[in-house]
Write a protein that binds this ligand. Structure first.
Ligand SMILES: NC(=O)c1ccc[n+]([C@@H]2O[C@H](COP(=O)([O-])OP(=O)(O)OC[C@H]3O[C@@H](n4cnc5c(N)ncnc54)[C@H](O)[C@@H]3O)[C@@H](O)[C@H]2O)c1
Length: 263
């Protein structure tokens, strides 16, 4: 299937590392022009350099999306450079604490909600007027199965992501008449550098044998008996932001090896 992403303009937030970076490289390989956003300027420069090295086209947008004016400036710069933004992927996120809710720091709770929920809302507010004017656009929010079924020690993160899911459904209803699709991909555990680093720490803490037993136990929670890889997520995102998915909107698609089966 040809996703026809050539010459599309795709903006990916949180693209300095992990799934966002993998996605930015994927769009570029498919012929799209990519706007690489992240608060981590060095990581943004690395992603842009990797895209240019593979013969693709990309521009840097190293801004903090928790400020609406930054999101608006980023869309203006992208529009000046590439004429428009066709695809917005709200991927940037922060998981600061893996702690029971009452032990979490209210300040880090606020930061998680600002990055995940307000970041998504600000970028959407900035990109929508142009999409409405042109009568087409694709918005894809990255959530988490922790938001769909609940997850202890991730209450702040899952609350913010739950907001992202509800926001996507409401916006899908508002802008469907302009041929703008708004969907959500909800990953289960995925081997991004963030998860791999967490596992390295756990292995040091538990020792090799106990860590392996724990990892096997985790895999048994997944009917497909595997942890996701970054391409599992980016394949779904690229499909949902292509015209092959033109009749899909307001949906939440879990990409999770069957971990949570939400009706
Ligand atoms: N890896 C997993 O197991 C997993 C599971 C479920 C959901 N997810 C979701 O997938 C997405 C990607 O996760 P990842 O594992 O690649 O994590 P990651 O930490 O590598 O990527 C998140 C990126 O967001 C950026 N970011 C943070 N605050 C920002 C801000 N204010 N402005 C701009 N950028 C900012 C970070 O610098 C980072 O580069 C996230 O939305 C995450 O919640 C991941």
């Amino acid at each position: 299937m040809d996703l026809e992403l050539t010459d599309q303009v795709a903006l990916v937030t949180g693209a300095a590392s992990g799934i966002g970076q993998h996605l930015a490289l994927g769009y570029a390989a498919a012929g799209a022009k990519v706007v690489v956003n992240d608060i981590n300027a060095d990581g943004v420069a690395q992603t842009v350099a990797a895209i240019l090295a593979q013969g693709g086209e990309a521009m840097a947008a190293a801004v903090d999306i928790t400020e609406l004016s930054n999101a608006e400036g980023m869309i203006n710069d992208a529009t000046k450079a590439y004429g428009r933004v066709d695809i917005l992927v709200n991927n940037a996120a922060l998981l600061t604490e893996h702690t029971m809710y009452l032990e979490t720091d209210p300040a880090s709770c606020e930061r998680e909600i600002r990055v995940i929920l307000f970041g998504t809302m600000h970028c959407t507010r900035a990109v929508l007027p142009g999409m409405i004017e042109r009568g087409h656009g694709k918005i894809l929010n990255i959530a988490t199965d922790a938001a769909r079924i609940g997850q202890e020690r991730e209450a702040n993160y899952s609350a913010a992501k739950g907001g992202v899911i509800s926001f996507a459904k409401s916006i899908a209803k508002e802008v469907g008449r302009h041929s703008i699709n708004v969907n959500v991909v909800s990953p289960g555990a995925t081997n991004s550098p963030m998860r791999i680093n967490l596992q390295v720490g756990l292995k040091e803490k538990l020792g090799e044998e106990r860590w392996l037993a724990r990892e096997e136990k985790v895999k048994r929670l997944y009917p497909l008996r595997r942890i996701g890889e970054m391409e599992d997520i980016t394949n779904a995102v690229m499909f949902l932001t292509s015209n092959a998915a033109r009749h899909i909107t307001g949906q939440v698609i879990s990409v999770n090896g069957g971990f949570a089966m939400v009706g």
